[in-house]
Design a protein around this ligand. Structure first.
Ligand SMILES: [Zn+2]
Length: 275
């Protein structure tokens, strides 16, 4: 259950790279700042091309089928459940509902790069596994993501800022290696630390956001079904072995580097709210 933010990473990366080159150029020759402007412009153009390309790729591999009222036989009940949840949430714009062909239990909210209408998608596997009552809980979670869209922009800003700080710090560190003054070292180190702090903040925000969306779903559906539904779709044998498994465990358990909380955390949070 993730929101469609795969475009933003590219933008952040391009901006950071531009910032890095700008720092390098600026130090070398202040008048060559126009190259920075050029890089920024080309990274923006690249961003638009890449966003469109990624969106097309997503559409091509998952072939989303948009569900409209009364048009799809056998799916009108699904549409009614969706429409009821959207009505309750009192959204300004009616999102579209779509079914995407993909393996695994997943649902998400996404927006085309140039479109203003968001879509809420649910995977075919999820549709087979869950009943309509559970699906309403899932819709509630995704609608919450839609309502909290502004948070996504705030997080993107944080991401871009972190990346800029990172490159700034890295470049600074590279350039002061010969004879660093105390001020230079402090500036470089602070930039790197700020970058790390920004990334951590982003992950923490993402985890809180997921919990908030779960809680919103229970409120919207006037039930306490989100926890039960989550249990039904959570992988039972998620253990990984080897180096990849070790790295995942360390990053998840020690640094909490995961955008989504664990099933246990999500259930505990809902229970705490309900108590
Ligand atoms: Zn989510």
């Amino acid at each position: 259950m993730k929101e469609g933010r795969f475009f933003w990473g590219t933008l952040a990366l391009m901006l950071s790279l531009s910032a890095m080159f700008a720092s390098l150029l600026y130090r070398a020759n202040p008048s060559s700042l126009w190259i920075f402007a050029f890089m920024l412009l080309s990274s923006m153009i690249w961003y638009i091309i890449d966003a469109t390309r990624q969106y097309r790729g997503f559409i091509k591999t998952t072939t989303p089928r948009y569900i409209d009222r009364g048009r799809h036989e056998g799916l009108s009940e699904l549409y009614d459940v969706f429409a009821r949840a959207v009505r309750r949430a009192d959204l300004k714009k009616m999102p579209r509902l779509c079914v995407v062909s993909m393996h695994g239990f997943d649902a998400f909210m996404f927006k085309p790069p140039f479109g203003s209408i968001s879509s809420i998608g649910i995977s075919t596997d999820m549709l087979m596994k869950l009943n309509l009552v559970d699906i309403e809980a899932i819709f509630g979670h995704e609608i919450a993501h839609l309502r909290m869209e502004r948070n996504i922009f705030a997080r993107c800003a944080l991401y871009v800022l972190s990346s800029a700080f990172f490159w700034f710090g890295a470049v600074w560190a590279l350039m002061i290696s010969a004879e660093p003054s105390l001020v230079d070292s402090v500036i470089g180190l602070s930039a790197l630390l700020l970058a790390f702090f920004g990334y951590m903040l982003d992950i923490a925000a993402s985890r809180r956001l997921e919990l908030a969306c779960d809680a919103y779903s229970d409120w919207l559906t006037r039930s306490d079904l989100m926890g039960v539904t989550l249990e039904k779709i959570s992988p039972k044998d998620g253990k990984r072995t080897g180096l990849a498994g070790l790295l995942t465990t360390v990053s998840c358990e020690v640094f909490k580097m995961r955008s989504h909380p664990t099933l246990e955390e999500r259930k505990a949070f809902l229970k705490e709210l309900g108590a």
